[in-house]
Design a protein around this ligand. Structure first.
Ligand SMILES: [Zn+2]
Ligand SMILES: [Zn+2]
Length: 265
């Protein structure tokens, strides 16, 4: 099984030369094996995912902020009759999901009425999505602390587990933190929203994001085999990420890089 980050930036794509090492696209993560592709979120990095025609594709939304959605119409596989993409979200039901996508992608905000454009899309309730995926992976959801809400996921593939906690503000809601921690304990990989540093967090409480230092503490208490910090601030240049990695990160905690592949054997 392979995990690939096609977008690692929070809030805004940042196509500038001091950001090229880690990448400028916003959140889109592909988890795949030879049998399926599961994509979490469709930020601008979604455009670059090669969606296979011969295996099923599952697309899951954590929430609907622009940086998790803006790439959706720009992957040509959406318009191919050969693909049938199962689309779901733990945050809302089928009606809510249709509404969120329709709101973002109809005039005057977008040239087409995307959802009614005969897409290769099968928009589902979360329970139907779980049932459609069951031959390939099982998936559980848990609520995250984020303005407007967001859904975290635990994905189990055979005896391997990946936990995605985007977007989340750690330390504001004890019950949600405990659930996230429980899901992550001894997992193979945790994906963490590390938009801020602790010092930046002091005047950004309530913005819905966690810190890099919190990721390190979480990793030592929850003990995943690996933890990838993503959703990097659009202000955070490569030089600063490299310095922070050197100063703060133990070997099993890393900053996610666009196009880097992580194999879980
Ligand atoms: Zn975000
Ligand atoms: Zn968000």
């Amino acid at each position: 099984m392979k995990v690939e980050f096609h977008g690692v930036r929070g809030s805004l794509p940042i196509p500038a030369k001091n950001f090229l090492e880690y990448g400028g696209n916003t959140t889109s993560i592909e988890i795949s094996s030879k049998d399926f592709q599961l994509i979490i979120d469709a930020g601008s990095g979604f455009r670059n995912i090669q969606i296979r025609e011969e295996t099923p594709t599952f697309l899951l939304f954590s929430h609907f902020h622009h940086d998790h959605l803006q790439g959706l119409p720009f992957n040509s596989a959406l318009f191919s009759k050969k693909n049938q993409i199962h689309v779901g979200s733990g945050l809302v039901d089928r009606t809510g999901l249709k509404e969120a996508l329709s709101t973002a992608f109809t005039p005057p905000l977008f040239p087409l009425d995307l959802v009614n454009h005969n897409l290769a899309f099968n928009i589902m309730n979360f329970e139907t999505f779980q049932a459609a995926a069951i031959d390939f992976f099982s998936i559980e959801k848990f609520p995250l602390c984020h303005p407007g809400g967001a859904s975290g996921y635990k994905i189990l593939i055979g005896n391997r587990s990946i936990v995605c906690g985007l977007d989340h503000e750690y330390g504001l809601n004890k019950e949600q933190d405990v659930n996230f921690h429980k899901a992550s304990r001894n997992s193979d990989l945790v994906i963490w929203d590390g938009m801020f540093t602790n010092s930046e967090l002091t005047d950004k409480q309530g913005w819905g994001h966690s810190s890099i230092e919190q990721a390190v503490a979480f990793s030592s208490s929850a003990n995943p085999k690996a933890l990838f910090i993503t959703h990097h601030s659009p202000q955070r240049e490569d030089r600063e990420l490299n310095q922070l990695a050197q100063d703060f990160l133990p070997s099993r905690v890393r900053f996610a890089k666009e196009n880097e592949k992580f194999e879980i054997l």
